[in-house]
Structures are given as structure tokens and as C-alpha cells.
Unconditional design. Structure first.
Lengths: 304, 363
């Protein structure tokens, strides 16, 4: 059953008792009495499968009223406090952030690259980048032009087969990129705008239904593309040195050092197999066109 | 004790039990083990018993991912020890590795699934200045916040102010004895240094088996508030089991050594709670020999009550009023044991003033 099939009252009831759903290989369980969080879940996780009962939950997150006036909230992950008595208005963005942390910032058998990933007909494009480079914005745009969303923030690379495992969560956009994506994809579904988060103004975009439906299909990476949002720049796709690409991905991955030799081998293999580019852009239409051209110029049939 | 915690202790003691669990029983267990910092140890015990393949796939993923973290810690510790030896190569000093670093370098069974964040070493007090100078010359920097912290460590503590390497971020604690100078118990560090043993394949040393156990006991029950109590107690359990088997006459030497080092009481507690939680086999004659180190019964009863409540997280958010109270009392106890009341008052006063000043500067 999809979360969208639950009536609002039923969703709220289940959330009070702890609602489990699956995002790719990860099972999360969220417990909260807060209506704002329930609305967020109902909208932005609409297409995700609700689980009646989950054997092993990867992250238990709970959001509860706190403070003696109950006007604040505390957020817990696996019983340990993550945010203590923060203003209620921050509950949704911080819950979303806690879900992120609970799943990605913990020991993993995947090499967790700090990157967005989209895929089209079996070929994935990985967008590593520092905050502000435009990886989420680019992902949000491309998934409304025929690409499938795998992730906008973290790319789990399976060392065993070199494929990226999808974790299509709501895409979080900051500041001007909210309007840029709205103009680019007027049909995209947005959650409310959260004006004052620690990261500034923030809004979430609903991942396309097709991406959620296919979240159990890993994809083989074909390109590693470093986005560089540069105001006023004409779009430019230029080759990027593989050695630099490897170093950059290693430094920015969440658990490269933890995986040791296995992490190095998995990453070296990824960079070997992918074409690496840097994409400077300011306009999303032009960036999407560049990537469509790149996709059209693909050389060979991808491996299984 | 809750069902989950009983299950956790049972599975660490007897990994065969873990293989027989239903998938849904695992959920609470994984969470609790993570909260108690025992997930890596649980995984290592299961791996050691050869039961890993019989676990549900998703459970195995969690355990293997955590095993990779423990491996990473140990790899880092080996490298830190390598750098430490390099930095101290011109200093005439015998380095005794303590705790996790010693377990890892000596390859003791207790190293399996042991997370190690810092390197702790013991050196003769007379060499402290030379050791510190050498470390500062090789990229380690003091972590101390201000002059008072520095003064606090140098005057009252059993170690130098902690140092952190500016590039690698790894911390090192340089000890000259194993308990604070201001505390009630004063184990003679010369005894510890004189009995230290070489670590095979290195030019480093570690404490003798009895001393290693006594240090772990002192650390858990004399110097700390048991915040990592379950972890410390499984270390003790594994150390005791290993040495009882590998060292002939271990138990006969342990209690007299404890008395010689003034560590009878911490050892008493260590054995008592290791037996309770981990069913560590302790010979009756050792228990009997420690009778003199027992606390008076009201104190003993109180300690039992506090330890039982503080060690095991309870409730959804891991706290309950009784657990919080027990933790607070153990925290107060740790300070009480650490320094005499007048000094404690002065220390806490200093800290409070500093906090107020910091707050008014922020505002």
C-alpha cells in the first residue's frame, strides 16, 4: 500500500504509533503526533510503500512536543536526541534532515558518495559537489525531463557490482533554486517553503512517481559530472581529469576511509568506467539540453 | 532488566542464541546494541562463533557495516602508534600502551569488535616533559580550552592535557599514572611500569595481565561515571576469560596485586558486575580473597541499584527518571572519588564562572 492510499486521519493515527515505510533498501519508522510532519509525509512521501510491519528498521525517528509549554519539539533517532527543544516551525525540515542522517550517516556496506544521481535507460549520471554547486537543483530539473531520480544527496555505491542503489527521497532546494526549479518545471509538486532553517529558505520537491516505483532497480554509472553553478555563465561541459575526480569523490564521500581498501577499489573502478566532466551552468534549460546531448552521444551499449 | 537488554547480553555471551532469533526480534536488539556501543562487539562475537551466515540479510548488513567501522578504528590506531613511535624515536623512554591501543597492538581477543578512538600511553613522570616536547614538535597540539584547563590537568590529573594531531585529528592521552593525583587511591605507577611486558613484534610494551585488568577496573569504577559502562564491562569480561586461560596463576596473582596497587575496591566492583552482566567465570577463592575490599553493605546495595539502572538504557528515548537519577548519582560519585570536596568546590566554581563569562561574551 502507498502512503497516498491512507486517508489523512489514518495516516495521522499510524504516525502517532509509528509508521514504517521503505526508501530503496532502507526502512524508516517515524513516530510523531505533529500535524505538520504528518502533512509533510502525506505529500512528499505519497508514492512510497507503507509497511504494515517491518522486521528490521534501519532508522527509528521520533518527533515529539517538548518544553513545558509544548511549543517546541525534540527529535530523536534510535532513542538518542538529535535536536532538543527546537521551535515547532522547524519540525519538518529538521525531521527530514534527521531521516537523512539516520540513514546515511551511519555505518554502511555501501560507499556513500556525496552526490546526486539520475538515470536514463540504464545509464546513470553522478553529480558530486559541494553544497551550493547545484547538484540538488540539477537533479530536480532533470527528473522532470525524462531522467529517473536515484538520489539528490547521497549516492550509495555497491562495492560488489559497482552499481548505484536508488534512494529517491524528497529533493531539498535552497533559496533561489526553489524559484528556478518552479519556473523550469511548473508541474513539479512542492511542499511548503520553510523560511528560516539553518540552511536558509528551504523547500522540498516530490520525487516523480516513476522514480519511486522503480526504486528497487539499481543503475550502472556512465558519467561523473561535477556541476558548477556560476551566475551568468554559458553552459559548458568540459572533460575533467580522472585522478582529480577520484580524489574529489574520495574526500567528499561519507565513509571512504571507513571502507579502507574496499572503498578505494570500488571508487577507482567507478571512475575508470565513467566519463568525467565539469558542467558550468546558470540556466537549467541550457544545462538540461547539454546533458540530453551527452546522453544522445553515448557510445556503446551499457553492461548489465 | 528489559527483554531486549536480556536478549542483548544473552547474544553477546552466547552468539548461537543470536542465530536463533526471529527477524523481528532483531530490531530492538540492533537498536539497543547501538545505543550501548556494543554493536561492533556483538558482531565480532557472532563472527567468531561462525554464525554470521545464519542471520537475516539485513541484520548481517548492519553488523558487517559496524565491523568495518571497528576495523577502520584499529587500522587508524596502528597508524597512530606508528607515528607516535616515529615522533618519540629520539626520546629515551619506555612506552606502555594502555587500553584499546594495547588490546589492538597485542592482538588480544578483547580487540575483536573493540572501537578505539584515542591512543593512551603511560610513561614515567620524569619523562613527561621530553615526551610532550617531542609530540608538539611532530604536529600534535593541545586540546585544552584555556590556561585553567591546562593547569587542571598538569596539577591534579594523571595525564597531560589531551593532545590532538593537527592533520589527522587523532587524540593521544599521555598518562604518568592511572588515576587522578587528587583522588583517594594512589596506585604506584612505578609498579606498573616495572612489570610492563613487551608486545610481540614491536618495541612497545603493555601492562602485565593483572595490571591490565586492574587498570580497566579502575577506569570503570574509580575514574568514570560508567557512561560507557557496558563496553568497559565486556572488556573486563573478555580480558578475564582470556588471561584465566592463557596465564597460569593469573587469579592467584590478581587479588594480591590489587591490594598492592590499592585497587581492591574497583576490582571488587568489576568482578561483581562482570559476573552479573556477562556471567564471567570468577573462582570462588578470588571472591573470598576480596572480602576485605567489599564496601559496607548500604553502600554496596546502593551501588548495585545505581549500576543496574544506569547501565542499561530503558524506554523509547533511553531515559527514565530513575535511570537519569542513577546516572546523575554516579556522575557525582565519579567527581567525589576524583578530588577532595574543597578542591571539587573550587574546580566547579571555576567552571561555572567560566561558563557565565562565555555566555555574557556570546550575548
Amino acid at each position: 500500500m502507498r502512503l497516498s492510499e491512507l486517508p489523512a486521519t489514518e495516516l495521522a493515527r499510524r504516525l502517532r504509533e509509528g509508521l514504517c515505510w521503505r526508501v530503496g533498501p532502507f526502512v524508516v519508522r517515524l513516530t510523531t503526533p505533529l500535524a505538520s510532519v504528518a502533512r509533510h509525509v502525506g505529500t512528499l512521501y505519497a508514492d512510497f510503500p507503507a509497511l504494515e510491519q517491518a522486521d528490521v528498521v534501519d532508522a527509528h525517528v521520533s518527533v515529539r512536543a517538548a518544553g513545558w509549554t509544548r511549543r517546541r519539539v525534540s527529535i530523536y533517532s534510535d532513542g538518542a536526541v538529535v535536536y532538543r527543544k527546537v521551535p515547532r516551525a522547524q519540525a519538518v525540515p529538521l525531521t527530514e534532515w534527521t531521516l537523512n542522517l539516520s540513514v546515511f550517516h551511519r555505518p554502511s556496506r555501501f560507499l556513500l558518495l556525496h552526490a546526486g544521481v539520475v538515470e536514463r535507460e540504464g545509464r546513470a549520471a553522478i553529480f558530486p559537489g559541494d553544497p551550493g554547486a547545484g547538484k540538488s537543483t540539477l537533479c530536480a530539473a532533470l527528473v522532470h525531463r525524462g531522467w529517473r531520480l536515484l538520489s539528490d544527496e547521497v549516492a550509495p555505491l555497491a562495492p560488489a557490482d559497482g552499481r548505484i542503489v536508488p534512494v529517491p527521497r524528497p529533493i531539498s532546494l535552497k533559496e533561489e533554486s526553489i524559484e528556478a526549479v518552479r519556473r523550469f518545471a511548473p508541474h513539479a509538486t512542492f511542499g511548503p517553503i520553510w523560511p528560516e532553517t539553518a540552511k536558509g529558505r528551504l523547500a522540498h520537491v516530490l520525487p516523480p512517481r516513476e522514480s519511486v516505483r522503480r526504486m528497487d532497480e539499481p543503475a550502472r554509472p556512465a558519467w561523473v559530472i561535477f556541476p558548477a553553478f556560476t551566475p551568468g555563465a554559458a553552459p559548458r561541459l568540459e572533460p575533467f581529469g580522472k585522478a582529480r575526480a577520484l580524489l574529489y569523490c574520495a574526500t567528499n564521500a561519507f565513509n571512504y576511509d571507513v571502507l579502507g581498501r574496499q572503498g578505494f577499489l570500488a571508487l577507482a573502478d567507478l571512475i575508470d568506467r565513467c566519463d568525467c566532466y565539469r558542467l558550468s551552468f546558470s540556466d537549467l534549460e541550457q544545462a538540461a539540453a547539454e546533458l540530453a546531448d551527452l546522453w544522445a552521444s553515448r557510445s556503446e551499449v551499457p553492461g548489465p | 532488566m528489559s527483554l531486549s537488554s536480556e536478549r542483548l547480553f544473552g547474544c553477546v555471551r552466547d552468539p548461537e542464541r543470536a542465530a536463533a532469533l526471529e527477524p523481528r526480534e532483531w530490531d530492538g536488539l540492533l537498536r539497543l546494541a547501538r545505543r550501548c556501543a556494543l554493536l561492533a562487539r556483538l558482531g565480532a562475537q557472532i563472527e567468531q562463533a561462525g554464525c554470521m551466515d545464519r542471520l537475516p540479510g539485513r541484520v548481517r548488513d548492519h553488523l558487517l557495516a559496524m565491523a568495518a567501522v571497528a576495523e577502520h578504528h584499529q587500522r587508524s590506531v596502528r597508524w597512530e602508534v606508528n607515528r607516535l613511535r616515529h615522533a618519540l624515536r629520539d626520546v629515551e623512554v619506555k612506552i606502555v600502551l594502555l587500553k584499546g591501543a594495547a588490546y589492538v597492538m597485542a592482538g588480544l581477543p578483547v580487540a575483536r569488535g573493540r572501537l578505539v578512538s584515542d591512543v593512551d600511553i603511560l610513561v614515567p613522570r620524569a619523562t613527561l616533559a621530553a615526551v610532550e616536547r617531542a609530540l608538539l614538535g611532530h604536529g600534535w597540539e593541545p586540546l585544552a580550552e584555556d590556561e585553567y584547563d591546562d593547569y587542571y590537568y598538569r596539577t591534579w590529573m594523571h595525564e597531560l592535557p589531551p593532545l590532538r594531531h593537527r592533520d589527522r585529528g587523532a587524540a593521544i592521552d599521555v598518562h604518568h599514572t592511572i588515576l587522578p593525583l587528587t583522588g583517594r587511591l594512589h596506585p604506584d605507577p612505578r609498579l606498573l611500569l616495572d612489570s610492563a611486558r613487551p608486545i610481540a613484534g614491536t618495541d612497545l610494551t603493555m601492562l602485565a595481565p593483572e595490571d591490565m585488568v586492574l587498570h580497566a577496573a579502575a577506569h570503570a569504577f574509580q575514574d568514570g561515571d560508567l557512561a560507557a559502562g557496558l563496553r568497559d564491562l565486556t572488556d573486563l569480561d573478555l580480558l578475564l576469560r582470556h588471561f584465566a586461560e592463557a596465564e597460569s596463576g593469573f587469579w592467584e596473582r590478581l587479588v594480591p596485586r590489587a591490594e598492592r596497587l590499592q585497587l581492591g575496591r574497583p576490582l571488587y566492583y568489576a568482578l561483581r558486575y562482570a559476573r552479573r552482566l556477562w556471567r564471567t567465570p570468577v573462582p570462588e577463592r578470588a571472591v573470598a580473597a576480596l572480602r576485605r575490599a567489599r564496601p559496607a553493605w548500604p553502600l554496596g546495595r546502593l551501588m548495585d541499584a545505581l549500576v543496574a539502572r544506569a547501565l542499561v538504557p530503558t524506554g523509547e528515548e533511553g531515559s527514565s527518571p530513575t535511570a537519569d537519577l542513577a546516572r546523575l548519582l554516579l556522575y557525582i560519585r565519579s567527581h567525589w572519588l576524583r578530588m577532595p570536596p574543597w578542591l571539587l568546590a573550587r574546580h566547579l566554581g571555576r567552571k561555572a564562572i567560566r561558563r557565565c563569562v562565555a555566555r555574557s561574551q556570546d550575548a
